[in-house]
Design a protein around this ligand. Structure first.
Ligand code: PZK
Length: 286
């Protein structure tokens, strides 16, 4: 195996090149809240996210092919095909939250989708919408309309990406809802391989790329608790932290509670006991 060359750092992940057309995506145990990476890791969080991503990649290949080549035995690293990434973030929303809710309140529309009047925060949309955004190098992605997104990607690729993402969301949201988790919205990253074939890349349908809400207790009209991060967020708020770096260190009980929620999401969605994943990661692919 040739050496891995570090090519990029995300907030909580690292990207390495293995050769000219293969990358290694490594998920750390770092956690961010309010856009700040905390000094305290959540043990196994990287494995939960990698295992979930691999699970979805294995189950959605017939909707759209993806970059997954191999799930490494460490459970936190994916070997993947190098793609030429589309210059947009492909967001699908089934519920009104975050910037979608903000845009709707200000304009009655999200990315050009005119929505019915009188929707409440966190309300389920009449049908899921594709809401592309630009990739900000720093700071927040900006929602754009279909026309601008299509101009950035090319009309044909844009249309194919939109259809694939809506189908992926429908599949993921149905699977998750049946298991007690609402998939409020999610972000996909797609690209093309050397033949020009559209493929799903990055991580997919994880709690870091999506809003997961507990189905039990869902109540539109206010912001919903995050299935995974709520313990950590609540604790951070209670400290009176001003949400500027550096973030506070998490106490052991908050770390354990947060880890438990990540593991619970993993087990509910994959149906695989997390201990089984740790001893044999490939279980999620079968
Ligand atoms: C790619 N990122 C985001 C992830 C980081 C940055 N298959 C691919 N082909 C080409 N490029 C990418 C991928 C994927 N996935 C992904 N940036 C480029 C990213 C993790 C850590 F620093």
């Amino acid at each position: 195996m040739p050496d891995a060359t570090h090519v990029a750092s995300g907030k909580v992940r690292e990207l390495y090149a293995l050769d000219d057309d293969t990358l290694l995506l490594v998920a750390s145990d770092r956690i961010s809240t309010f856009d700040v990476v905390l000094p305290t890791p959540i043990p196994d969080k990287g494995r939960v996210l990698t295992g979930l991503s691999a699970f979805w990649f294995a189950r959605t290949r017939d909707i759209v092919p993806n970059h997954l080549l191999e799930l490494r035995p460490d459970g936190r690293s994916l070997e993947c095909r190098k793609l030429e990434m589309l210059p947009i973030e492909c967001v699908v929303r089934g519920y009104l939250a975050g910037s979608g809710w903000q845009d709707y309140r200000e304009t009655g529309a999200v990315c050009g989708h005119e929505l019915p009047e009188g929707l409440r925060e966190s309300e389920r949309l009449p049908s899921p919408i594709f809401t592309p955004s630009t990739k900000a190098v720093e700071g927040h992605d900006e929602n754009i309309d279909e026309e601008d997104a299509a101009a950035l990607c090319g009309e044909e690729l844009y249309r194919a990406a939109k259809e694939a993402c809506l189908a992926l969301y429908e599949f993921g949201a149905r699977h998750a809802e049946d298991r007690g988790i609402l998939l409020a919205d999610t972000k996909f990253e797609l690209g093309t391989d050397r033949d020009g074939t559209l493929m799903l890349g990055d991580e997919a349908l994880t709690p870091d790329s999506s809003r997961f809400w507990p189905r039990d207790g869902y109540a539109p009209g206010s912001a919903q608790p995050s299935f995974d991060k709520q313990f950590a967020r609540d604790w951070c708020e209670e400290t009176g932290w001003d949400k500027r770096p550096p973030g506070p260190e998490l106490p052991a009980d908050v770390v354990a509670g947060t880890r438990g929620r990540y593991v619970e999401a993993f087990e509910r969605l994959t149906g695989v006991p997390f201990d089984t994943y740790l001893s044999d990661p490939a279980t999620v692919l079968r």
